[in-house]
Design a protein around this ligand. Structure first.
Ligand SMILES: [Zn+2]
Length: 111
């Protein structure tokens, strides 16, 4: 019964899309992004840096899957921190292209 009212006590309830079961993986049903996904790059003290993907509304498990896919494709490290995907190195072009292929609007921010 996907359209009945659901509660957060429902283990299949997803806070990202507000549905049970989660529809984040379904391109036609997934939650609308109220604003573009933000892609940024920041150097850290060591001189390398990290590419961040913020404001992506997606189930945490799917974020982990997306991160794994990007890490595999790029051969870099990365993590999900506070809902933000972080990849080691400057991968803004690649990430932006991948997200746009998935139908997301992307805004590049910062340096
Ligand atoms: Zn969801």
């Amino acid at each position: 019964m996907p359209d009945k009212v659901v509660y957060s006590s429902d283990p299949r309830f997803c806070a990202a899309c507000g549905r049970s079961p989660c529809v984040c993986a379904d391109r036609t049903k997934r939650p609308k992004q109220p604003e573009p996904v933000r892609v940024s790059f920041a150097r850290n003290a060591k001189g390398s840096g990290v590419t961040r993907i913020e404001r992506l509304i997606m189930h945490p498990r799917l974020k982990e899957e997306l991160l794994s896919k990007l890490k595999r494709r790029l051969g870099c490290g990365g993590t999900v921190s506070d809902g933000t995907l972080e990849l080691q190195g400057d991968h803004r072009d690649f990430v932006e292209g991948e997200l746009e292929k998935e139908g997301y609007r992307v805004r590049r921010v910062g340096g």
